[in-house]
Every structure is written in structure tokens, then in C-alpha cells.
Design a protein around this ligand. Structure first.
Ligand code: WQD
Length: 337
């Protein structure tokens, strides 16, 4: 099929573009490059042998989105594009609501106009909020506790309402947990602009000498080693999960929700130790105060993705750290070289 991937130059997007090409799909990418680099497309082309068609387009520009749909003739959409930093969303909620919601509405309206009604949406485990018991299950009542998470929740509701009103729509809502790692080639990876919010890219930048030390944000949680537990999954496993979801919605009308996670939690210190094993030396770190809003522990119940899609994670935290380090060591400044 010919697949439009919004946000396809980003970390998860670029890995998914590669997985789609490896599954013999033709790919068209829309991205405004606000938090990514077009270099990722050249690297993907190097790995797959085929350059994805790329349009430097912002989804909030409705006319530009229409021009891509009018010319491309796509069969389905995977929608990653959106602002995604929790802390930033608390400081700049209007920017998050405008970019994430208006961008999605422009995309879905263009799909409707062009009779494209299969979509895989990149949602987040953050929609489960603070009130749900662990492990998270798809049928639970969601309720995010930050503007970023609320945009994901509202987009889920928009797509779910569209699918309920019109049974020609095939919709997959994928709730990610904590994607880490990179393609084993070390040629595509995670390249956050500015100071990384997330744990593993920060550790990687300390290991390569760009940051002085890792601050372990809280060591007094009620967990085995006092640090938070999260469900880390390899980004290549995550990309394969998107291909599996796309194949499912290609011939199943309706609205589907799947957690993409490993089903187990790893602590901050366990991940740090694993990264030190990959690097072969200790990584400077200090246990400091908790970060506001962090939950002590959560992970996925991933049984429905296995049952419905035949998908489950395959890679270990050690493999995630080995791959992430290979990327960072070979690309100390990310795509900037
Ligand atoms: C993981 C653990 C931190 C940085 C976020 C979003 C979520 C999703 C994934 C988009 C926590 C600790 C972190 C650091 C640390 N993003 N940490 N030092 O918060 O689980 O999830 O990213 O969909 O929506 O909420 O991931 O990597 O930020 O933190 O100790 O420098 O690492 O306290 O316990 P998180 P994270």
C-alpha cells in the first residue's frame, strides 16, 4: 500500500518508515521539521535503498495538506506529528492544543475528502493518568493529567467518534509506553533538540560527553530500588507494532485500542546499569529530588496486541541500550554530525 506518515522524520516516525519500506509499502512523509531533521530520510534511504517521498509541510497549513493528498493518492495514514513534551505542554498549553488538535483535524478532513479512511494514531500511555491500577489495560477509563496527554486523549475521542458515526473508518489507537533504543545499524536514532526530557537520550548524551552527569530524579519512591519503574520498549519493536496495526485496520473496520509495551517495569537505576554495560564504563550520576508529575511505577498489559495482532516486544533493555549507544557513539551530535 501507499502510506502517508505524518511526523515521519522523527525518532519513532523514521523507524516506522523503514519498517514500512521493509514490508514493501510505498511511503510519503509529511513533517514540519520542528523537532527533527530531514537527514533521517537520507539515512532511511541508505538503509532501505528507497528514498521516501518527503514534503516539508506543517499540518496546521490546511491548503498544503490538501496539496499533498491531491497529488499522493495514499491508501492509509500513520499519524505521529505533534508536540510531545509533557513539561513544555504545561508551560505552553495553547501551542499544544493548536498544533496537535488543528493539525489532526486538517489531516482527517483531507482523508475524508480523498476517501482515505484507515488511520493508525500514535497515542500515549500518559492518557491513563494517575487513577488507574497497574498494569494498564485498554478498556480502562482514561484521564490524562497534563495538556500534552489531554491532546492525545482528545484526538483519541475525535477518531473514536468518527469511527462510531461512520463504519467505513478503520482506526487503530496505539498507546506507547517508553520507546528507547535505535535501529541496530546506528544510522538512525533519537536526536532530541535541546536538553533531552527523557531518560535514555539524556544518559546517552552524558556517556558521549555532551552532558556532565545524569540526575536521577528521585530515589525515595516506594519501589524496589527507590527509583521509578517504566515499561521500556525498543523503537524497532514499536515500529513493527505499527506495521502490524496497519495490516489489521487495512481489512477490519472499527476503532481499536492497543497498548504497545513489554508488560514489565524497569527502574531508572536498572536502565542506567544496562547503559553502563553497553558503554563499558561507569556513567556519572547523582540522585536528586523527584520531578513533579512523575508516577512511581506503571507498565502495560500487552496481551491484546499479542492476541489481536500477533505482536509482542522481542528485545531486552540491554539490547535497547547497546543499540542506543551505537547510534550515539557514531553520531555524537545526532544528525548534525
Ligand atoms: C522515565 C523515568 C524520570 C530523565 C514520558 C512522557 C510520556 C512519553 C514517554 C510521549 C522517570 C526518570 C528522566 C532524567 C531521570 N512521551 N528520569 N532523569 O516520564 O515515563 O514518559 O516520555 O508520549 O508521555 O510522559 O519518560 O524518560 O521522561 O522518564 O531520572 O534526566 O526516568 O523521573 O522516572 P516518562 P522519561
Amino acid at each position: 500500500m501507499k502510506i502517508l506518515v505524518t511526523g515521519g522524520t522523527g525518532y519513532i516516525g523514521s523507524h516506522t518508515v523503514l519498517s514500512l519500506q521493509e514490508a514493501a509499502h510505498e511511503v510519503v512523509v509529511i513533517d514540519n521539521l520542528v523537532n527533527s531533521s530531514e537527514e533521517s530520510m537520507r539515512r532511511v534511504a541508505e538503509l532501505s535503498g528507497t528514498a521516501p517521498e518527503f514534503h516539508n509541510v506543517d499540518l496546521v497549513n490546511e491548503a498544503a495538506v490538501e496539496r499533498v493528498f491531491a497529488a499522493a493518492g495514499v491508501d492509509a495514514v500513520i499519524h505521529f506529528a505533534g508536540l510531545k513534551a509533557v513539561g513544555e505542554s504545561v508551560r505552553e498549553p495553547l501551542s499544544y492544543y493548536y498544533n496537535n488538535l488543528v493539525g489532526t483535524l486538517n489531516l482527517v478532513r483531507a482523508m475524508e475528502r480523498h476517501d482515505v479512511r484507515s488511520i493508525v494514531f500514535s497515542s500515549s500511555a500518559t492518557v491513563y493518568g494517575e487513577h488507574n491500577a497497574v498494569p494498564y489495560v485498554e478498556k480502562m477509563e482514561i484521564g490524562a493529567n497534563n495538556p500534552y496527554g489531554r491532546t492525545k486523549e482528545q484526538i483519541e475521542d475525535i477518531l473514536s467518534d468518527i469511527g462510531t458515526a461512520d463504519d467505513r473508518w478503520n482506526i487503530a489507537l496505539l498507546r506507547y509506553f517508553n520507546p528507547v533504543g535505535t535501529h541496530p545499524s546506528g544510522r538512525i536514532g533519537e536526536d532530541p533538540q535541546g536538553i533531552p526530557n527523557n531518560l535514555v537520550p539524556f544518559i546517552a548524551q552524558v556517556a558521549v560527553g555532551r552532558r556532565e552527569k545524569l540526575m536521577v530524579l528521585g530515589g525515595d519512591y516506594d519501589t524496589p530500588d527507590g527509583t521509578c519503574l517504566r515499561d521500556y520498549i525498543h523503537v524497532v519493536d514499536l515500529a513493527e507494532g505499527h506495521v502490524a496495526a496497519l495490516n489489521h485496520v487495512a481489512d477490519h473496520a472499527g476503532v481499536f485500542r492497543w497498548n504497545l509495551g513489554s508488560g514489565k517495569g524497569s527502574s531508572v537505576l536498572e536502565v542506567l546499569r544496562s547503559f553502563e554495560k553497553a558503554v563499558g564504563r561507569p556513567i556519572p550520576h547523582e540522585i536528586t529530588a523527584r520531578r513533579a508529575g512523575d508516577l512511581p511505577a506503571f507498565w502495560a498489559d500487552a496481551t491484546s496486541a499479542l492476541a489481536d495482532l500477533g505482536w509482542s516486544t522481542t528485545k531486552t533493555v540491554d539490547q535497547m541500550c547497546e543499540d542506543h549507544w551505537r547510534w550515539q557513539e557514531n553520531n555524537p551530535n545526532g544528525y548534525a554530525g
